[in-house]
Design a protein around this ligand. Sequence first.
Ligand SMILES: Cc1cc2nc3c(=O)[nH]c(=O)nc-3n(C[C@H](O)[C@H](O)[C@H](O)COP(=O)(O)OP(=O)(O)OC[C@H]3O[C@@H](n4cnc5c(N)ncnc54)[C@H](O)[C@@H]3O)c2cc1C
Length: 409
Amino acid sequence: MSAAGADQTVDIAIVGGGLAGASLAVALAEAPLRLALIESAAPPAGQPAWDERCIALNDASRRIFEACGVWQALRGAAAPILATHISEQGRFGTARFAAADAGLEALGYNVPLRAIGAALLARLRAMPRLRLLQPARVEALDCAGDTVRLSVRTAGTVQVLAARLVAAADGADSSVRRLLGIGAERRDYGQQAIVSAVRLARPHRGVAYERFTPQGPVALIPKPGDTASLVWSVPQEQAARLLALDDAGYLAAVQQAFGGRLGNFLALGRRWAFPLARVMSERLVAPRVVLVGNAAQSLHPVAAQGFNLGLRDVAALAAQVSGAADPGDSGLLSAYESSRLHDRGRAGGLTDLMVRAFSNRVPGLAQGRHWGLVAVDLLSPLRESVLRQHLGHFGLPGGVAGYSAKVSS
Ligand SMILES: Cc1cc2nc3c(=O)[nH]c(=O)nc-3n(C[C@H](O)[C@H](O)[C@H](O)COP(=O)(O)OP(=O)(O)OC[C@H]3O[C@@H](n4cnc5c(N)ncnc54)[C@H](O)[C@@H]3O)c2cc1C
């Protein structure tokens, strides 16, 4: 039955059907809950292409997707990351990690965004208790008593949804956060990430590279065959200049920054540019509202933590609300918030530290960075800690063992 004046009542309304929102709906597929997922953009079209955009998923994300029954559909499109190599241009200090160090087949996987979107959408369409509103936009929210009323605009009409919990997964500029007056700390890095793909002369052998240069970090992440994703984060003014270059000019510039360890780059794919900022919501919950993914925190891509962290938000929230009589219960939301503070603080802090340390030209800092990389490579406890952060194991609800059990059951 609908709450008074509402067109429909659900247990959880998820605002935003990007990676985090769609993953949350899928993670709740088996729960006895009525769900609505509201996404303002139409489903993306797109065919496989050698230069399509990818996202690096770590081991924790692979486990979460496996537990949700999504990984099986992604496995074929995913390129395994067998090792990582972190270095700074002009210095010999490096930090290296291999999957074997962690007793794993892979540290993570580089997966096309198109493939993740398609796998999630297929699962969403098969969920009988889910109402998928797309394209549809949440324009207003009103929390009264034990219900939140949402005004949802769909093709010229506005309908009212009543929900016991609203999960805001509406991105870094979250409209839910704004409508509720929740503040966010925003720091503009004054940089843009230029994302592209390259064909390689030498096999990458599953190794991902993070190379810090005076212009900014260049990440090369393996894709299937002899291709790789490239993410180069550079200051704004330099981004404008690099984006204006033709393909041959850009290829030469990025080759110079990355160096010759994989031979000459043979071809360049499409280029995309993203302005980079850190946005941290001041709170993760409000009465009958919870924030997940980029709506909760949006990070610099340097350590590929962003969606991996958001997916751990999703797993933690799903674990809290799946069996709850009232998913919007304030005690339950507080428990969710407490459970996420350490993981987001750690991932956000590490990412910010890397951006600042490697973009700062203060004399003496270069030596510190150099010995920092050497220490990470050689000192066991530090190495273990950085590796676990990389894998996402710190923030898995119930720990790795808990997730392995879920996966195999
Ligand atoms: C260059 C770059 C590289 C990256 N690489 C990695 C990586 O390798 N690994 C990694 O883990 N992370 C990576 N990230 C981070 C990752 O892309 C993000 O963390 C992730 O995409 C965020 O997903 P989200 O669903 O939280 O937010 P979004 O993708 O922003 O989705 C929000 C959705 O909400 C919808 N929406 C907004 N407002 C409303 C409304 N009012 N009503 C309805 N719908 C609404 C939007 O249409 C959108 O679809 C990278 C980021 C960048 C910029």
